[in-house]
Design a protein around this ligand. Sequence first.
Ligand code: ADP
Length: 586
Amino acid sequence: MTPVALVEDLTAAGFVALGLAVAYRWYRERGRAQGKLTIALLALAAVALLGRLPQSVVLALVEVVALMISAYFVLLFRDEFLPLSWRAHSAAGIIFAAGIVDGVLLVTVVRNASTAVVTAFGFFYVLAWALLIGEPVVRFWLGSYSLPAVQKTRMRFLSFGFGMLVVILFVDVLGGSALRSSTSIEITQLLALATVPLIYVSFAPPSLLRRIWRMSEENAVRAAMQDLLIFSPTRKDIAERAVFWAARLLGGTGGYIVDAGGNVIAGERDESAGPVVRAPLHMPDGEGTLAVVAGTFTPVFGTDEVTQLRAYANSVSAGLQRVSVTERMAAIEKNKTQFLNLASHELRGPVTVIRGYVSMLEAGMLGQLNERGRKAADVMASKVSEMNELIEEMIEAARLEEGGVTLRAVEADLRDIARSAADTVAPLVDAKHRLELDLPERRVRVRVDPDRTRTIIANLLSNAIKYSPRGGDVTCQVRSRGGVARVTVTDEGLGIAREDLATLFTRFGRVITPQTEHLTGTGLGLFLARQLARLQGGDITVASVEAKGSTFTLQLPAVSQDGSAGGGRKTAADAMSFTVHDSLSS
Ligand code: ADP
């Protein structure tokens, strides 16, 4: 056997094997689209096989018809998932018929005509064939761009495989006798043979190849997964993204998620497109399902995909759980804020009325009171103003939650603000306590909301007094260094245990111990103080030793000589470590 004959036999065998392989797959799965591809490839196999038999007119007739059928059915295969218009359909029918007539004439009447005529008929025959098959080749390639990695590569293999066949046939017909040398025949035959594996893997890619193709998308999937698990805000959102990526990951055409009750919460439940692969989804309200639907051109799912989908579904479950916890917490937080808002506003009215009457009582406008009555009115007045403060705190906290706090920043001397805060708390200072103001000689310039800042300092001072029930010194020191202005409030009171420090600045966070349980408070003061400090570019920090006392430090950006506000968060944080260090070493 000559090398040429050997190569030709090999190529023919390759196409026959391809035809049989696709026919076997179709026999097992029976898709309409698969059926059309099967006819196309069986026709090609027939052409390859007949080409190896002794030539006769009948065989030649069968060959030209079969070859044209192969192209026509590739077009019909394309029509299955990229539908053709009726115009295109009719045009394809005409080209198909013309091609067959041309081919029949070529192998019968025209057979013995001059070379030029034979070449012309051959050219038109191949042109008709190339038109029918070339259109899907181009469409597959263009259509592949928007597809998931696996489908994209398969489409391209198919397109490339058929594309090569078109080129080979053209070269063969147009090259004529120039290409009749044994070397050129060997080359074209080998090229044709090379299209066999290309076309084969396009419709039946082994799982190893599928895995390799998928790799290119893995980073994107990982990023998407992170996004899914950490950032997706709602259940609906997470479900939609999960469906999109699951389909993409497996190269399916779509998918859906159903909850435990069978309701579709994302995607579309359309299982007519192709086989479906499902994985259980552990949702907060029971077991749901994540499903991916294969399309006409999707690889029929194998165990590899099922395992992958299950692993993916587990992550999605975790994401859904997270969202439901966050949603529940958000709802609780919202309720809290609404309650704060409602309660504080509802209380404000009656308390104002009571305050009015109490001051009228004190002023004797409702008749003269005796000694006991005056004492009672004094107590009432102080309790009512305590209540009023609580209500104002609640209103401020609710406002902060809703982002409704507007600060009036002006340039001020922090020493003045500290003095005024000390005046505010003066009524609380009794015989057991000594309040000392330690102010620098020079101005401490800050750009802040003076009222809010006074409230913060007054709160720190009143806490220092309140939480030193046995008395002691309370110092309020104001300093400015390195662009940071600091107000340090130190007491010799109860102190705070290390493990309780984290709760101080939370909303309603109170440390209840036998020594503090009889002291009244809302747990809102420090929360508000820190939020307000942060809104002004500062912060509040604490250093405390149980039973020895505490030091609370308010940091604010100082205004430098040129008038700009310095400091900021970073410097404030640096100052914090300085404070802690200071208080530890003292
Ligand atoms: P309130 O004083 O209304 O309870 P705060 O938010 O002002 O709320 O304070 C929160 C908690 O921090 C207090 O309940 C108290 O346990 C603790 N705390 C605050 N300041 C001091 C301090 N100077 N010494 C000891 N504990 C303090």
